[in-house]
Design a protein around this ligand. Structure first.
Ligand SMILES: Cc1cc2nc3c(=O)[nH]c(=O)nc-3n(C[C@H](O)[C@H](O)[C@H](O)COP(=O)(O)OP(=O)(O)OC[C@H]3O[C@@H](n4cnc5c(N)ncnc54)[C@H](O)[C@@H]3O)c2cc1C
Length: 289
C-alpha cells in the first residue's frame, strides 16, 4: 500500500525517468514492498522539525538519525526517506527526499510490539548509512514539497469508501442493511444516513479526481482532501453546517452528490404512522408534480 499509494505517485511526480523505470514496475507488481521513513520521536505532527541528517560525501549521502512508526519496515526493500540536508535555512527548506534501500549497511530495524502481540511498526536507526546521490528524488532541499505530495496521496489512499482506513463495510452496505431491515423512522437517524452517503460520495469523487489528475500528469489529489474542507465550512441560515460550496467546472459533481443523497433520503422506506408520512403529504401538496 505504501509503495503504490504513497511512493509511486511521488516518483511519478518528481522521479527521474531512470528512477521510474527502476522502481515502478516491481512496486506495481508487488515484488518490492516499500515503507515510509518520515516520523521521528520528536517530529510527528511537526514533521518538518525532523532531525535525521544527510550529509553529502561525493556521490553519496551519509545518513544518521532515527525514524519511528515505520509500518512494515521489516519486510521492505525500499523506504521513502526525508532527511535534513541544510540546517542553516528555515526548517521546511532544508529537507531532501531519498529512496533508501532498506538493506543498506548501518540500518538497524527494531520492532515495536503492540499490546496485542502483533508487530507492524518499527523503529529504524541510521548510523553512517550511505545512500547514492542517484537516489535523491527531485531537487536537493526540495523534499518538503515532495513529502506533501506523498502525504496528500496517503490521505486519499486511506480515505476509501470503507469505515476503517478504506477497508470494511462501506456507506452503501450500511444503507442496504437499513433498507433491508425495513428502514428507519427517526428523522435524526435518517439525516445521519443521508450525511454518510454524502460523505462517501464526496470521497468517491475525490478518488476519481485523483485518478484523472494522475492520468493527466498532475502531482496528486487536489480539492477537498488537499485544501482542507473545515476552513471552508459554512453555517447555513437554518443553523446546519455545510461543506464547501463548489464553484467552477467541478460544481455540478458535488451538486449531483447532494441531490442524489437527498433523493436517497426520500427513498428510504418510511414506517407507517410517522410524521414523515405527514411531511411527505405536505411536501406533495406544496410541490405538486
Ligand atoms: C497506524 C499508523 C501507521 C503509521 N505508519 C507510519 C509509517 O509507516 N511511517 C511514518 O513515518 N509514520 C507512520 N505513522 C506516524 C504518523 O504518520 C504520525 O507521524 C504520528 O502518528 C504523529 O506523531 P506522534 O505520534 O509523535 O504524535 P504527536 O505529534 O506527539 O501528537 C500527539 C497528539 O498531540 C496533538 N498535537 C501535536 N502538536 C500539537 C499542537 N501544536 N497543538 C495542538 N495539538 C497538537 C496531535 O494532534 C496528537 O493528537 C503511523 C501512524 C499510525 C497511527
Amino acid at each position: 500500500m505504501i509503495g503504490i499509494g504513497w511512493a509511486g505517485p511521488t516518483l511519478l511526480a518528481a522521479g527521474t525517468e531512470a528512477q521510474q523505470k527502476r522502481y515502478l514496475p516491481r512496486l506495481l507488481s508487488g515484488e518490492d514492498v516499500w515503507c515510509q521513513l518520515f516520523s521521528e520521536p520528536d517530529a510527528g505532527s511537526d514533521l518538518a522539525g525532523l532531525g535525521t541528517s544527510a550529509v553529502r560525501d561525493g556521490d553519496e549521502w551519509i545518513v544518521n538519525g532515527q525514524k519511528i512508526w515505520t509500518s512494515l519496515g521489516h519486510f521492505s526493500r525500499y523506504g521513502i526517506l526525508i532527511a535534513r540536508t541544510d540546517r542553516d535555512v528555515p526548517k521546511h527548506k532544508g529537507i531532501t527526499y531519498f529512496v533508501c534501500p532498506m538493506d543498506s549497511e548501518g540500518i538497524e530495524i527494531r520492532p515495536i510490539v503492540e499490546m496485542t502481540g502483533g508487530h507492524t511498526f518499527n523503529e529504524v536507526f541510521f548510523t553512517d548509512v550511505r545512500i547514492p546521490h542517484d537516489n535523491v528524488v527531485g531537487e536537493v532541499n526540495d523534499g518538503w514539497r515532495l513529502a506533501k505530495v506523498t502525504l496528500t496521496n496517503e490521505r486519499v489512499s486511506l480515505s476509501g469508501g470503507g469505515a476503517l482506513w478504506g477497508n470494511g463495510p462501506e456507506a452503501r452496505d450500511l444503507l442496504e442493511a437499513v433498507r433491508s431491515a425495513g428502514g428507519v423512522s427517526d428523522p435524526l437517524t435518517r439525516q445521519r444516513l443521508a450525511q454518510i452517503h454524502i460523505e462517501s460520495e464526496i470521497l468517491r469523487l475525490i478518488r476519481l479526481r485523483t485518478v484523472s489528475a494522475a492520468v493527466g500528469g498532475g502531482t496528486g489529489p487536489r480539492g477537498i482532501g488537499a485544501q482542507g474542507p473545515r476552513r471552508r465550512t459554512r453555517t447555513e441560515p437554518d443553523g446546519s453546517r455545510q461543506g464547501p460550496r463548489r464553484r467552477g467546472r467541478h460544481a455540478h459533481r458535488c451538486g449531483t452528490a447532494r441531490r442524489r443523497s437527498w433523493h436517497l433520503a426520500l427513498r428510504l422506506p418510511v414506517l407507517p404512522g410517522t410524521h414523515h408520512r405527514r411531511w411527505h403529504r405536505r411536501r406533495a401538496a406544496q410541490h405538486p408534480r
